[in-house]
Ligand binder design. Sequence first.
Ligand code: GDP
Length: 338
Amino acid sequence: MKNINKIKLKQKKSLSANDYFDGIKKGNRAILSKAITLTESSNLKHQKIAEELIELCLPYSGNSVRIGVTGVPGVGKSTFIEALGSYLIDQKSKKVAVLAIDPSSKKNQGSILGDKTRMNKLSVNENAFIRPSPSSGTLGGVAKATRETTVLCEAAGYDTILIETVGVGQSEIEVKSMVDFFLLLMLAGAGDELQGIKRGIMEIADAVIINKADHDNINNAKMAVREYKNALHLFPANSNEWIPKVELCSAIEDKNIDNVWAIVESFINQTKLNNSFIENRKGQAKFWLEHTINSSLMNQFYNDDKVKELLIKLEANVSEGKISPFKAAKELLSTFKS
Ligand code: GDP
């Protein structure tokens, strides 16, 4: 009897792609959460349902503004997202999803957004959906999951997607390839080196926002705004004709958040008018197609038993100079194809 109940429970629990889709379309957040977990799963059965679900959701996605938020730990990202998210929900009637990319995060290690004490206000708002970074795998895997999560959130009716990233490395480039607008949070009075921000990240920012412009830090913040404006002038013009903006705010005091949002709105208006908004999204879709093919081919190649065996042999031969790396690669590839 007990066993029968167990089976029934299990059957009840495993939803089909259509069940998930219905729940998502109805804005059921528990189902949305479960669906996201499915996209992050390495279980092949889960992956299959997730793939089917993404296809179902795709026609209902895309109608959002996707914004990347980056900056070193401590700059105020979660405080800023809480302030901006609340402003958008209260003043602009938006529905906000907050996602995170942190490839270094591990379960139970206080990853970004993993800490329950962060974003207290937003996390209980019924028009907000907050999802911590997937805790497993490589940056590529985490980024893929985040992109799929974006599709699911959009199908669930979230019209503003905020993607938070740690701001110290490669993850910005991945985030840039999945957002419309890229926002860099900085502090006044700390050199770029000190803030761990690489020049390359400044170059891809659509806006640099100097946070913590409050108390006795206001003058420093104003000075930093002038400095960053000068610095950004030196970068080559963007192909979308957008000139990156610099602004200050105090996330903790909710100050100037409206002006930060005005920058995003003006970017969206301008890039939609000159078509670069849609061109950027098309380019991103192409990038992800290539990216997915490349990583899936690599996976298949390195997991092929014949390749694995031959690779060990050829690696040794290459390092001893018995065979050139080019010839070895050719042999491995033809083994893979045979
Ligand atoms: P994150 O690591 O980038 O997400 O930064 P947090 O949002 O956790 O903020 C780090 C610290 O800076 C916290 O103690 C915040 O209270 C504080 N903080 C964040 N924004 C502001 C701000 O606008 N002004 C001031 N004075 N402190 C802030």
